[in-house]
Design a protein around this ligand. Structure first.
Ligand code: C2G
Length: 152
């Protein structure tokens, strides 16, 4: 039984997250995912759309994920590796080299990120939709005001 471990925020779950989790799961028999708690995300400087419970439920619903645990801090990884008998710790290559110290406990791998998708870009696109819609409504109202003024 080969057990894989990873961590992340996984807000607004997207194909980049799923690609990573599926690739990790394919390396073994069990994938454990540490989902960052809301409190830890504040330390990471991340403001999430979904709270921890929703993010954990969404990640846990993926067929490739066998167990979700809370990620409370940066330091818990070595304890989790021992507690869950982890064979491979894996994470996206944006973290390249950051967790090499865990190599004394298990194999450490960094997988390529999926290009051109991120929670940040999704949030930006969603906020842009709102402002586009507001702009169109404003233009419509300006047209109505022009007509009213012409009739005065
Ligand atoms: N990811 C990816 N491709 C993307 C976006 C994200 O492969 N286009 C990967 C990241 O590299 C990470 C995982 O998906 O391995 C989760 O990404 P985030 O939710 O942004 O999590 P992060 O902030 O990287 O948290 O202690 C580790 C941290 O909790 C990692």
């Amino acid at each position: 039984m080969k057990t894989i471990l990873t961590y992340g925020t996984f807000d607004l779950l997207h194909v980049g997250h799923v690609n990573l989790l599926e690739r990790l799961r394919a390396l073994g028999d069990k994938l454990i995912v540490g989902v960052s708690t809301d409190e830890f995300n504040l330390l990471k400087g991340k403001q999430c759309i979904y709270g921890y419970a929703e993010r954990a439920k969404i990640v846990g619903a993926l067929g490739c994920v066998d167990l979700v645990i809370p990620e409370h801090n940066w330091e818990q990884k070595s304890e989790d590796i021992k507690e869950y008998n982890i064979d491979i710790f894996g994470i996206g290559a944006d973290w390249q080299g950051k967790f090499d110290e865990l190599q004394t406990l298990c194999e450490v791998i960094y997988l390529p990120r999926t290009p051109s998708i991120s929670t940040t870009s999704l949030k930006k696109a969603l906020s842009q939709i709102d402002s586009d819609a507001i702009q169109k409504i404003k233009q419509g109202l300006d047209g109505v005001l022009d007509i009213v003024k012409a009739l005065e």
